[in-house]
Design a protein around this ligand. Structure first.
Ligand SMILES: [Zn+2]
Length: 285
């Protein structure tokens, strides 16, 4: 057993290490810090035990030792002086004497409530964990609400909406089909995956002067019964259309009372958004 006496001051810690035969094998001085403290202690071979006198730094030393799994004994200065000092009452017991007293078994230990401290620490950790998971759950719920809100605004309840990005005059929403569709040729549900079609952007609606695009991520399916392959999401957008069905309906509604010139003007107002092609595709099979 190595006995480590520690004399603690506000700015420095002094150490003396005495082995089982009572020989001083090491001494040192480090800055008062957890790194300095543990740095020195770790250079002393195990088994080792640290002695410190009760004082302002005792609680700190104990907490540090508990945290790093070191054995620390807090001693009673009065008793140490009585045994260790050479007659004079206020002669401080230094690190070497402390280590010698420890080796000799003359130490009267003062018990600090380590258990309670440890329990307190554990409770604090549990508390922080609880706060963290509450935040996580709150964020999940918020995300869910946000998602539901967007789904409702866009009227896309059979679709999974992902990221929303954009600026200027356009907003894009990542969109996927929720669940599985049936074969459009024979209504069979016996399908297997046949890859994914290339993501495509289609106009879905207008909001606040911005075109809202859906970036469609659609799977391809093959029917086990009729062997046809098809791309899902036909209910939302017809093949080759640049608008979703609701957008087409909206566009038609907007056009119904306008004459040709107005429509042409509108076409240019909406710049690259080609209403005409949207309408054209309505009539092409
Ligand atoms: Zn089929």
């Amino acid at each position: 057993m190595n006995h480590i006496g520690m004399d603690s001051h506000i700015s420095t810690l002094e150490f003396a290490v005495v082995n089982e035969t009572g020989r001083l094998v090491k001494a040192g001085r480090v800055a008062t810090s957890i790194n300095g403290f543990m740095g020195f202690v770790r250079t002393v071979p195990r088994p080792r035990i640290i002695y410190i006198e009760e004082g302002t730094l005792a609680a700190w030393a104990l907490e540090t030792c508990v945290r790093f799994g070191e054995k620390l004994v807090i001693t009673d200065p009065k008793k140490n002086r009585w045994i260790g000092s050479s007659g004079q009452k206020d002669d401080p017991v230094d690190a070497v004497k402390l280590a010698q007293l420890g080796r000799g078994g003359y130490i009267k230990e003062i018990h600090h409530p380590v258990g309670q401290r440890r329990r307190f620490r554990e409770l604090m950790i549990a508390y922080h964990d609880a706060v963290r998971s509450t935040t996580r759950i709150k964020n999940k719920i918020k995300a869910k609400f946000r998602h539901n809100g967007i789904t409702m605004l866009l009227g896309l309840k059979d679709y999974t909406l992902g990221e929303v990005w954009g600026g200027g005059n356009r907003v894009t929403v990542k969109t996927e089909v929720k669940g599985r569709e049936k074969c459009p040729h024979c209504s069979s549900g016996r399908l297997y995956s046949h890859g994914e079609s290339k993501p495509r952007e289609v106009v879905h609606t207008w909001s606040n002067g911005r075109r809202v695009y859906l970036q469609l991520h659609r799977r391809r399916w093959k029917c086990r019964d009729c062997q046809h392959t098809f791309t899902e999401g036909r209910e939302l957008v017809r093949p080759r259309s640049r608008l979703t069905r609701p957008a087409e309906a909206e566009a038609l509604w907007q056009l119904k009372d306008r004459n040709f010139i107005q429509v042409t003007r509108m076409k240019y107002t909406w710049a690259s958004m080609s209403i005409a092609s949207g309408i054209r595709s309505w009539y092409t099979p």
